[in-house]
Design a protein around this ligand. Structure first.
Ligand SMILES: [Zn+2]
Length: 137
């Protein structure tokens, strides 16, 4: 089930704001992607764990507000589709880390994690995200 922002505990909510900003903030690394890139989004395979509606304003206030529902993935990234009701158009956006995958060996040692037979690990050298997938599923 996808959580909403009000479903988070007080501590989870604080951590979320520190990492992604508040209701009027764009999340870090917010950028437009095209429909082809969106069609290959991890979102379609793994789904989102958190959904949040925002009305985001650029810090300079020189552009119009962007209203969007942000879908957060477990790897710290996310996607949003922004509609223009009057123009009848949509645009696609991605936010969060552009993961740069590196060797997970040292990170697994540091965290005291031993992989099982069919486990594969991915480690992002930019944000520290560690994902372990069971390839036998
Ligand atoms: Zn990353």
């Amino acid at each position: 089930m996808i959580k909403e922002i009000h479903d988070l505990s007080k501590e989870e909510g604080k951590a979320h704001v520190i990492k992604y900003g508040r209701f009027n903030d764009f999340p870090p690394n917010w950028h437009e992607i095209d429909a082809k890139a969106y069609s290959r989004a991890d979102y379609f395979t793994y789904g989102a764990w958190l959904s949040e509606y925002r009305q985001m304003l650029p810090p300079t206030r020189d552009k119009v507000m962007v209203a969007a529902r942000l879908e957060f993935l477990r790897d710290g990234t996310g996607y949003a589709v922004v509609n223009d009701w009057h123009e009848q158009t949509i645009k696609y956006f991605k936010f969060g880390c552009d993961h740069q995958w590196g060797d997970p060996t040292e990170e697994l040692k540091k965290r005291g994690i031993k992989l099982a037979m069919f486990d594969n690990a991915s480690y992002c050298v930019k944000c520290g995200h560690l994902a372990i997938h069971d390839s036998s599923d």
